[in-house]
Design a protein around this ligand. Structure first.
Ligand code: HGY
Ligand code: MN
Ligand code: MN
Length: 418
């Protein structure tokens, strides 16, 4: 590995560590959309983009954007992006790695003083995870013009609306539409991201090409039974919302295990309002995250899981509210961009691995209006959404080498037209 790539990778890791010190909670990494920690982290990323000589701004949904304008008339825009919001108690690499590597990539190209045949815009998206308002891809949906203005009224767990959060960082929901990049201006989209799975780790290969990204549905479930005295209500006279939820959750897991070749389903949150040790739970809220690479099967599996829950609550004399909060179809990456990325990997003497992404990414809303490409970078045992998340500097160096070659291929390809 060249010293240059090793040095650049070490600088990427330093920035990863620096950004990770900016968090809502000491002792772990949490930077949810629109929080003071998020705003501070965005300012740091904007500083790095300024240092790279880009035209920078923070847009009305909090995306941090750095643009290198081509002087070719009619030049389209290549967006290189990922996200800087995190889940709760997150790893340091999920999102920030792709943004920080993108800034390094541009610095590298700028040092060559070439005439860029297309514009490049680096974007640090503000809400890929959807942790605060349970609507993922807020930043990329603004960029692609698919943001639903009704979401502005959504409230977080503290009753604060999205509109208030946006006003809190000095922006205004009425200008969201102006922040979109019109479909005809897109050349394409490129995202670098840790794999968040174990395949590259097991194969001992540093990077992979993403073939497609699984579709997902997020469901919010409320079960209502009858709160009661833990000491006086006989066991056969209860409508216990928590035991009903427990039976639903285990049956959902069992169903997904039976369909494990093409499905994952996860109950990631469970809330018991007004809970107390001596009270039979009368109300429970939980969320179901259902994913599949096959759109029809995703729909089929979701209705099967709904039926499973209905059967459980009927026999337990519980009522159920089932709300589809968010859904995205599976998307495929672009064959021309895949070809250039495959070429770059081969030129870097790395075996070509092609993977389907079970994780969602900001590339999903972009795929609706522009060609997308994604490159995965190996992470330690595939661990992610966990403080143990880690990408080795030598893998980042290899990924930078591939990304350099990919950008050269793109620039050569489009220079021949302009
Ligand atoms: O949940 C996901 O797939 C991503 O981490 N937002
Ligand atoms: Mn991510
Ligand atoms: Mn994530």
């Amino acid at each position: 590995m060249s010293n240059q790539h090793t040095y650049r990778a070490e600088k990427v890791v330093q920035r990863i560590e620096q950004l990770a010190t900016i968090t809502e909670e000491r002792g772990c990494v949490t930077r949810r959309f629109g929080t003071p920690a998020f705003i501070e982290g965005a300012a740091l990323v904007k500083e790095w983009m300024d240092q790279a000589g880009l035209q920078t701004k923070i847009d009305s949904i909090g995306n941090v954007r750095g643009r290198w304008q081509s002087n070719h008339s009619g030049a389209k825009t290549l967006v290189i992006a990922s996200h800087i919001d995190t889940v709760v108690n997150a790893g340091k690499y999920d999102g920030p790695l792709g943004v920080i590597m993108a800034i390094d990539l541009i610095e590298q190209i700028k040092s060559k003083n070439i005439s860029l045949p297309f514009s490049i815009e680096i974007i640090a998206f503000s809400d890929e995870e959807g942790v605060r308002f349970h609507t993922t891809f807020l930043g990329s949906q603004v960029i692609t013009g698919s943001f639903n203005h009704e979401w502005l009224q959504k409230k977080d767990a503290d009753g604060i609306s999205m509109q208030e959060v946006i006003e809190g960082f000095g922006k205004n929901g009425t200008t969201l539409a102006q922040d979109a990049i019109p479909p005809n201006e897109w050349l394409g989209y490129f995202e670098m991201h840790i794999e968040q799975g174990p395949i590259l780790y097991d194969k001992n290969i540093p990077v992979a090409i993403v073939l497609s990204i699984a579709g997902q549905k997020r469901i919010a479930v409320t079960l209502n039974g009858m709160a009661g005295h833990a000491g006086t209500v006989p066991m056969d006279k209860r409508s216990d919302a928590l035991t009903a939820a427990a039976e639903c959750i285990l049956k959902i897991e069992n169903y997904a295990i039976q369909q494990k070749e093409s499905l994952v389903a996860t109950v990631g949150t469970l809330q018991i309002p007004h809970s107390a040790g001596n009270v039979i739970p009368g109300e429970v809220h939980f969320t179901i995250d259902i994913r599949s690479g096959d759109k029809n099967f995703l729909n089929e599996a979701t209705s099967s899981i709904h039926s499973i829950c209905n059967e459980v609550v009927t026999k337990r004399n519980i009522t159920i509210q089932w709300q589809l909060v968010q859904e995205t179809d599976p998307v495929a990456t672009d064959k021309n961009l895949k070809h250039l990325l495959r070429k770059a990997i081969t030129e870097s003497d790395i075996p070509v691995v092609e993977l389907v992404s079970g994780a969602g990414h900001d590339a999903v809303p972009v795929a609706r209006i522009a060609p997308i490409a994604m490159m995965f970078i190996r992470c330690f045992k595939g661990i992610s959404h966990n403080p143990l998340e880690l990408a080795a500097p030598e893998d980042i160096a290899q990924a930078l080498k591939v990304a350099d070659a990919f950008m050269e291929n793109l620039i050569d390809h489009y220079s021949s037209f302009s």
